[in-house]
Design a protein around this ligand. Sequence first.
Ligand code: BT5
Length: 322
Amino acid sequence: MNEREGAGAPGGSAGGDVRRPVLDALATGPITGPELADRLDVSRAAIWKRIEALREAGFAIQGTDAGYRVTSVPEYGGEAIEYGLEAPYRVEYHDALPSTNARARELATLGEDRVAVLAGEQTGGRGRLDRGWHSPAGGIYLSVVLRPSITPMQAPLLTLAAAVATTRALREAGVDAGIKWPNDVLSRETGGKLVGILTEMEGEADRVSWVVVGFGVNANVDPAELPEGATSVRAEIGDVDRRAVVQRTLEEFEALRGDPDAILDAWREGAITLGERVRVETPEGEVVGRAIDVETPGRLVVETDDGEVRIHAGDCEHLRPV
Ligand code: BT5
């Protein structure tokens, strides 16, 4: 466990150490203060302070004979996401940020690992290639800081894993989502863009020092607040529980990210690009043909009139309606 006190972790000096363990213990059922103190090897006063801090953060916690029992969880926020989260991320929540990727990069350069930065809205959200990302309140703006043992060449796999993770989380929530190579998640119903992913990294030729994977999900927002070509979960099926979507996204991402074969299989399964006729704008020019596969670490294989072409990066357009 992280020795530092997490941002937004009230509860005094002991709060940093017991922040997540108290949440994890409460998530498994009622437990008494003395039992918690014993298990975590801290004072009862530290536990009491932590419980009070959670109540202030919006948790309803009853003191019963069996111990502390959580009866309701805040709708959204750092601790709300951490409660019951089956992935080892500390969650840092802000009501508003210019960009969660920018904040995550800051944390990455400070040496942090496995932190998820979450914002209620963004005032300077970014897409790829210096494009902007509309980030009204009600959407999901999430950036994960990682220090994986991979080469920069392998980093695109994380983008694919992120697309798979969000697609699965959205499908579980009832949205008919599918992946467009490499990093967009679309509604299969309307073809509108639901999710964008932005991966940034720093490192040397043979080793990444950190990676930031940013997820932008048009969740509970009106399409009128989004650019043309975009859709939202609200428009597709109505509002979702953003907390559940973030938790499932982090859990799926964490479960997949170390296994390149599993990432590619899951990507193929969730993809809507494969089999489609596509036009891909690449730094080397335009490629038109039929998308037939994706290969490690994320290359799209396109069958063209002149043979197979492998594309590392680019903007992909489906030439038939999806
Ligand atoms: C992306 O770029 O799709 C990556 C977007 C990543 C956003 C997340 S939010 C959390 C984290 N913090 C950040 O600052 N960024 C990440 P790209 O493929 O370049 O698509 C950008 C283009 O999509 C723009 O030029 C617009 O045309 C369009 N666009 C902008 N906002 C959109 C939205 N909310 N929904 C759908 N399309 C949008």
